[in-house]
Design a protein around this ligand. Structure first.
Ligand code: DAH
Length: 360
């Protein structure tokens, strides 16, 4: 740039600066992002820019001219810098708006919900019954579902010719040694024998689990169902302990006012044996039209009795030193009575409209 020595030079400088300003303003307009903006800025006022060159030229000028030219250069430089700053604001605002738009979450949109599962009503009843007996001091015991004929029948005083052992009633499995006559346990009672073999008296246990019978499905039968076995063995257990314990269980499971009665029955592994009925929790025996007990007033609940001394002998207990009682209940039957369920098939249909009614 020529030093300002006359009016012509001054005009030239004015023109050059004006041109630079116009060019820069135009390029700022089209700068699409902050990088482009930085490039425009350093091109106009940076170290290699026309403004820097003009400033370098000031050194060769006379003092008065230098002041004049310096003022002109500074003015344009200021205007350019102000325009750059304004454009930078604009671009930064655009960038912020773009980020906000791209990261926006529509909080009004429906979330995807997965229905949560719940404990099956049969398991709920198992848990509840076990809790009641644990509260009475009982332990929980378990045994295998594939069982030997010895534990399922012989140890429980059930002779080889007993009809329950026929293939029409019992599902035998082709597994293990043939002399073991492996089968799917038809009740939870073999857990009594297994437990007594492994533990000295006193014994207070409940044993919940799956049981199997060669039955066709109908409203009250399933080939696979659940039982809970109970066994108490000690030095002087009596029949009144049996009745008192089961009455307490019935009051906790049904109602505080529930009554029980015992009817004589037969089971090979108890003597005497009985069936336990509970007073109808719906009508308390007062309504001939009751839908729960059908007017009977009583509901059949479980089988029980005093442990037959032969069972003690079979497991190696001294049958002259201990006595005991045992009981076995069908879990589905309890659940049906409690909830007024009309068919045992509902438990295995897996229809959520049924299952949802028992939130637990
Ligand atoms: N095991 C019997 C059944 O499946 C139920 C039963 C009856 C169990 C009397 C017992 C008992 O422990 O003492 O029908």
């Amino acid at each position: 740039m020529n030093p300002i020595t006359n009016e012509t030079n001054r005009m030239e400088l004015t023109e050059t600066l004006e041109q630079l300003k116009q060019d820069t303003l135009a390029r700022l307009e089209t700068a699409a992002d902050l990088d482009a903006l930085d490039a425009v800025e350093s091109g106009a006022v940076g170290r290699e820019s026309p403004i820097a060159a003009a400033r370098r030229g000031l050194g060769q000028m006379e003092a008065e001219q230098r002041r004049d030219a310096g003022r002109m250069i500074n003015e344009v430089a200021k205007e350019i810098e102000a325009a750059v700053a304004a454009r930078r604001e604009e671009l930064a605002a655009d960038a912020r708006a773009a980020t906000i738009a791209s990261e926006a979450i529509d909080v009004t949109i429906d979330h995807i919900s997965f229905p949560s599962g719940r404990i099956h009503v049969v398991q709920q009843v198992i848990d509840e019954v076990c809790d009641i007996f644990v509260g009475l001091g009982y332990h929980i015991a378990e045994g295998p579902e594939a069982e030997t004929a010895w534990y399922n029948f012989d140890a429980l005083n059930t002779p080889p010719n007993h009809p329950a052992r026929l293939e029409s009633d019992t599902m035998y499995v082709d597994y293990g040694k043939p002399e073991d006559e492996m089968l799917l346990r038809t009740h939870t009672s073999p857990v009594q024998a297994r437990y007594m073999e492994q533990h000295k008296p006193p014994v207070y246990i409940v044993a919940p689990g799956k049981t199997y019978r060669n039955d066709t499905v109908d409203a009250t039968h399933l080939p696979v169902f659940y039982q809970i076995e109970g066994l108490a063995v000690d030095e002087s257990i009596t029949f009144s302990d049996l009745k008192g314990t089961l009455a307490e269980f019935a009051r906790q499971f049904f109602l505080p006012t529930t009554r029980v009665r015992l009817r004589p029955h037969f089971f090979p592994f108890t003597e005497p044996s009985a069936e336990l009925d509970v007073s109808c929790f719906n009508c308390d025996g007062g309504e001939s039209s009751c839908r729960v007990c059908k007017g009977v007033g009583w509901l059949e609940m479980l089988g029980c009795g005093m442990v037959d001394p032969r069972v003690f002998d079979a497991v190696g207990y001294d049958s002259s030193a201990v006595t005991g009682f045992a009981f076995g209940m069908g879990v589905e039957r309890l659940a049906m009575a409690r909830h007024g369920i009309d068919s045992i098939r509902h438990f295995i249909d897996n229809d959520v409209r049924f299952l949802e009614q028992f939130p637990g």
